[in-house]
Design a protein around this ligand. Structure first.
Ligand code: SF4
Length: 490
């Protein structure tokens, strides 16, 4: 059944659309099995510390578009985390060859108490006009917040009315934080707005391949050019024009299915762009599968085999050396879902043992409904079960408790702020923000060397652990980490 309906202004949240969960503890293989036999059931926590907000993830799909402006329709506090994308945009512009990064254009309607009584639509109309006059963007996105949702502002009607007046697309994105326990629902909300209002039906096919990604380095062009194609990155560092023509691509690939599931499927189902369904190319087994599926879609099977042969000849000696050095070392992973599974695959490929993982949510399937898209299934089948696998929406109190017990040789994290907890225990901790860094054969070598360097240079974390004050006392650290997960461990 299709999960994509571009005639609707909103897309349903992941709990409803995909059956996603935020509470589980057990073996990764148990989770894979439960996901595919319809037995997956969410567990709630009787205590939790904090959650992310979908607004921020929706902003991630919009703020980094080169010629866009973004308005948060709500109290100013809801937009206070959005500046981080201005930082991300500047820091990573070099990875994409953007020589002249422009200022990000982020605004708020600043809803106040009286607006929650009289309504905020007039303020929104005025803000869209002002943003258009001041920033002269090619497209304006309006992100909804809890306050706008609670008072029932008709944001879609306002966006459509002002769009006619100013002559550029105004895209309403429905991403109020209270809608979903999964902040990744914000990605889907953002991409839904983009697919329904910006992507045009194709006029002709082009030699481009859509890459749904965050802001990682440009590894895809060096691969695609060998086969006669260019990467069309969506949506960070894209423009309105490149988004509009993404329907003319030969196919769509994703750096992370947690991010790209909805947009890739929307491009497939509504615009006829085939989706490369297998998981992203991390680890040798998955890299080979990924390139072979790409070869099938492009009709370039022989070229792909020749490419893989070259990659093996070039990188396998070094991979073998890394395996000898890293074999038997232990690691713990904390990350978003699909990328976390990819990091576990890298560890398995390098001969390391993943002693556990805290993964922020779990999607039993993605929008394509293809079993081939299940990154965790591939990881478990290729490298074996991961015990102490937890689905945990950044509940740091659980993470700290587990790290204290498992004391791995290294902590791999994907999100800022998480490595701190490993470092305080003297555990070498590594965060790599470039999500393309570990892709392919070369990426495996780069990631392996980075792991090695981090483990060998542990003086800082060793000293830090001697002086760090941990806010969690023995009262908590001596309790079972999943005390507050209803139903406990199993
Ligand atoms: S959860 Fe609601 S109130 Fe909080 S930041 Fe997100 S949109 Fe604003």
């Amino acid at each position: 059944m299709s999960t994509v309906n571009l005639n609707s202004a909103e897309v349903s949240v992941r709990e409803v659309r995909l059956g996603s969960i935020t509470g589980f503890h057990g073996g990764a293989s148990d989770l894979v099995e439960a996901s595919h036999c319809g037995k997956l059931k969410d567990k709630s926590r009787s205590f939790s510390q904090c959650l992310g907000c979908s607004t921020s993830n929706a902003a991630c799909t919009a703020v980094l578009i080169q010629d866009a402006a973004v308005i948060s329709h709500g109290p100013v506090g809801c937009s206070t985390c959005l500046h981080e994308f201005a930082f991300t945009y500047r820091v990573n512009a070099g990875l994409r060859g953007v020589s002249n990064p422009t200022q990000r254009k982020i605004y708020s309607t600043n809803l106040e108490e009286k607006d929650t009584i009289y309504g905020g639509t007039a303020k929104l109309e005025e803000t869209i006009r002002k943003v258009y006059q001041r920033a002269k963007p090619s497209v304006i996105f309006v992100l909804t917040t809890c306050a706008a949702g609670i008072i029932g502002d008709d944001v879609e009607s306002v966006a459509n009315a002002v769009e006619k007046e100013i002559g550029i697309p105004v895209v309403a994105i429905f991403c109020e934080g209270f809608r979903s326990k999964m902040w990744t629902s914000g990605f889907d909300a953002g991409y839904h707005g983009i697919a329904r209002k910006l992507i045009k039906q194709p006029e002709k096919k082009r030699n481009i391949i859509n890459v749904v990604n965050f802001w990682g380095s440009d590894v895809f062009n060096q691969w695609f050019r060998r086969f006669g194609y260019e990467a069309n990155y969506l949506t960070p560092y894209s423009t309105l024009e490149t988004i509009q023509h993404s329907s003319e691509a030969a196919c769509t690939v994703q750096a992370c299915a947690t991010l790209g599931s909805y947009l890739a499927t929307a491009l497939d189902q509504a615009f006829g762009v085939p989706e490369l369904k297998t998981s992203p190319p991390y680890g040798i087994a998955q890299t080979d599968r990924w390139f072979r599926e790409l070869g099938q879609i492009l009709g370039k099977e022989e070229e792909v085999e020749a490419f893989l042969e070259e990659e093996r000849a070039k990188y396998m000696p070094e991979i073998q050396k890394l395996r000898e050095k890293l074999s038997g070392k232990t690691a713990y992973v904390t990350a978003g879902a699909s990328h976390g599974h990819s990091l576990l695959a890298l560890l398995g490929e390098l001969g390391m043992k993943a002693v556990g993982a805290a993964i922020f949510h779990h999607d039993p399937s993605y929008d394509s409904e293809s079993v081939e898209a299940d990154t965790l299934k591939h990881t478990v089948e290729d490298y074996g079960n991961v015990e102490n696998y937890t689905v945990c929406n950044k509940q740091e109190f659980e993470l700290v408790n587990v790290l204290n017990r498992l004391r791995p040789d290294i902590l791999l994290a994907r999100h800022g702020g998480m490595t701190l907890w490993g470092a305080k225990f003297g555990i070498p901790s590594l965060l790599i923000g470039d999500e393309h860094f570990g892709m392919g054969y070369e990426g495996l070598v780069k990631y392996g060397n980075q792991i090695l360097t981090t483990m060998e240079n542990d003086e800082f974390v060793t000293n830090l652990s001697k002086h760090a004050i941990n806010p969690y006392t023995d009262w908590w650290l001596n309790q079972e980490p999943y005390t507050f997960l209803k139903g406990g461990k199993k």
